[in-house]
Design a protein around this ligand. Structure first.
Ligand code: SAM
Length: 278
């Protein structure tokens, strides 16, 4: 029997290492290896890729990524209790799993990875949104990663992929879709996790665009979109008034009605408005 086949079940791992789920770390574990392999497959062909996994926990998704052929996995986990369990997996896949015991919000992992790089993670929901925004707003584009395959609370997944005219459409969706092709690839009920969270979850796959969808200066675009959606019930002529005195003229010049609300404006429209400043 190979070392891989001799890895204990994830329930045994949790019992052996006393991995009682901690709420403070957002721990809702995936224990079904068929499910974790299916999530790993949503990331595309992993052969020849390094994978960054944030929050491996007891390692269910880590095993899926390695079994699906990832060249190397770099796993960053904050909880020191998980280290022994992850070391067993590293032992079964020699040279293919590196584990770092750290807070993913504090470290720069790029030196540990060789392109092409894919990010695949089942993260606590609060950390997930913060990391997503960081990954979408690097100092220069294209970023270090080819794709992000991430678990989110269903409502956040819907915001990331929302279209104009919907309630979920806003800053996050515009940022994500401006720079990536983003789609929901799986939905998971609470019972898929141990312990089950209160909410439904969904996996979002974001494939980077080499160039943003439409040209625009990121800072100006962000300022306009933020102002528009911070007062999303107001008409744009009111919500964008503070940006420039001639804002209404600028809107009209790119075909946007000043009486429209932010959620009616496409990404193309926001980018056109941003370009009136450059
Ligand atoms: N990926 C595992 C799975 O699917 O079973 C665990 C998922 S659990 C939702 C989230 C994991 O992220 C936990 O193991 C938790 O300890 C870890 N975590 C929480 N905050 C973190 C942070 N700031 N940096 C790194 N890991 C973190």
């Amino acid at each position: 029997m190979s070392k891989i086949d001799s890895l204990p079940s994830l329930r045994e791992v949790i019992n052996t290492h006393g991995l009682v789920a901690k709420k403070s770390l957002g721990q809702n574990f995936l224990l079904d290896l068929n499910l974790t392999a299916k999530i790993a497959r949503q990331a595309g062909d992993l052969a020849g890729c390094d994978v960054l996994e944030v929050g491996p926990g007891p390692g269910g998704l880590t095993r899926g990524l390695l079994a699906e052929g990832a060249r190397r996995v770099l796993a960053v986990e904050k909880d020191p209790r998980c280290m022994a369990a992850l070391a067993e997996i590293a032992d079964a896949y020699p040279g293919r799993l590196e584990v770092i015991n750290a807070d993913a919000l504090d470290i720069d992992i790029r030196a540990h990875l060789t392109p092409p790089i894919r990010v695949v993670s089942n993260l606590p929901y609060n950390v997930g949104t913060e990391l997503l925004i960081r990954w979408l707003t690097p100092a220069s584009w294209p970023p270090f990663w080819e794709s992000l395959t991430l678990m989110f609370q269903k409502e956040v997944a819907q915001r990331i992929t929302a279209q104009p005219g919907s309630k979920a459409y806003g800053r996050l969706g515009i940022l994500a879709q401006w720079r990536t092709e983003a789609r929901i690839v799986m939905s998971l009920p609470p019972e898929a996790f141990t312990p089950p969270p209160k909410v439904h979850s969904a996996v979002v796959h974001l494939k980077r665009r080499e160039e943003p969808l439409f040209p625009a200066d990121e800072k100006i675009l962000n300022r306009i979109v933020a102002a528009g959606f911070n007062q999303r019930r107001k008409m744009l002529r009111a919500s964008l008034k503070s940006i420039a005195p001639d804002m209404e003229d600028r809107m009209v010049s790119v075909g946007i009605k000043p009486t429209d609300r932010a959620e009616q404006i496409s990404i193309e429209g926001f980018c056109a408005l941003a370009r009136t400043f450059t």
